[in-house]
Design a protein around this ligand. Structure first.
Ligand code: TXA
Ligand code: MG
Length: 327
């Protein structure tokens, strides 16, 4: 792509109320002018997403946060210095002018400064905030390539900016700073430990907190492949393969360990045992397997270590969904 030409075209489309899909370092986003209600409605229509799921506003630097949020605590600046631009979303009290459609009617707004150079260039050229959820249909896996965006939303967006495959591969860590204590609403590759080190205080994870806040990605059907998916301990996978009903074959087994699984109609896909590399590859792998002729995906469960938290979260969701088994 010609970065300058395409990004300028993208900024013009945003200015005129259109939709631009663009790469971020986490996943591709489906962008619209965050202060244009009609444009934001197009996002919900294209994704077939219910209105009670709020959107993240992407801005080009920390200074712009004040345009969207108020009562910004000092710790937000510290976190921005440490992690922005990067895969961290902060939930802050919103400015009164922020549209209800962006926030699901809540008193807070999600803000993020992405670091992908195409996202940065687009935000600079546009100048304002860009509302952008992941560029997939509601409940589907987030796209990590331009081709995946085309597959999800082709024909429903005015422009797809191709910035190659996404470096991180999983959605940003969402940290809620709007309450008395900071809470991670969605784990990401920036870990609780890293956040706590910068803030100088412990961070709670969502499971530990009784909350009435809208639940990012907590919908039962989030992040799911279409194919029936199971998450199993490596010690039980071979037995599961040996007893799998015929209508679940062929089967793909996604692993990261040294175990080798075998059987008729068993395809093993070996991913890295490094969580950073695994995160980069997992959505793309699941998307490819959705296209392959497999009737079932078995994923080897991942280590308990914190570095795998975000991955475990997404895999658990992928496997929790009631699947329509392919005929
Ligand atoms: O990495 C990412 O965060 C990507 C890229 C494109 O930036 N975006 C993304 O957006 O994952 P989306 O809409 O697919 O997921 C954002 C989640 C939603 O589940 C939403 O519920 C939550 O963030 N969220 C947004 N604003 C919120 C708010 N004010 N309070 C609580 N949750 C919020
Ligand atoms: Mg999403």
């Amino acid at each position: 792509m010609n970065l300058k030409v395409d990004v300028n075209k993208g900024a013009e489309i945003l200015q005129s109320g259109g939709l631009v899909a663009f790469p971020t370092e986490t996943v591709y986003g489906l962008g619209a002018d965050a202060s244009n209600e009609a444009a934001i409605r197009k996002i919900f229509a294209a994704k077939e997403r219910p209105y009670d799921h709020p959107l993240i506003v992407h801005v080009s630097n920390f200074k712009q946060v004040a345009e969207w949020a108020q009562d910004v605590p000092p710790v937000a600046q510290k976190l921005a210095d440490a992690f922005w631009p990067g895969p961290l979303t902060l939930i802050l009290n919103r400015q009164p002018h922020v549209l209800d459609i962006l926030t699901g009617g809540q008193a807070t707004v999600g803000l993020r400064v992405p670091r992908h150079p195409v996202a940065q260039a687009l935000l600079s050229a546009f100048g304002g905030g860009v509302a952008a959820p992941s560029a997939n249909k509601f409940t589907h896996i987030s796209p990590t390539t331009a081709a995946a965006v085309e597959e999800e939303l082709g024909g429903r967006v005015d422009l797809i900016l191709d910035g190659g495959d996404c470096e991180v591969g999983l959605e940003s860590t969402i940290l809620d700073l709007s309450r008395a204590e900071p809470v991670i609403l969605r784990p990401g590759m920036i870990s609780a430990e890293q956040l706590a080190a910068v803030m100088g205080r412990p961070v709670k994870t969502r499971e530990l907190v009784e909350t009435e806040v809208r639940t990012p990605g907590m919908h039962q059907l989030h992040y799911a492949p279409v194919t029936h998916t199971m998450l199993l301990e490596s010690s039980v996978i071979q037995a599961a393969l040996d007893t799998l009903p015929l209508d679940r074959l062929p089967v793909a087994v996604v692993t990261h360990s040294r175990f080798v699984f075998s059987g008729n109609h068993v395809q093993q896909v070996v991913l890295s045992n490094d969580p950073v590399v695994y995160a980069h590859d997992i959505y793309h792998t699941l998307r490819e397997l959705d296209h392959a002729a497999v009737r079932c995906i078995i994923i080897e469960s991942v280590p308990e270590a914190e570095a795998w938290d975000a991955i475990r979260d997404r895999l658990t969701k992928a496997a929790a969904t009631r699947h329509s088994v392919r005929e």
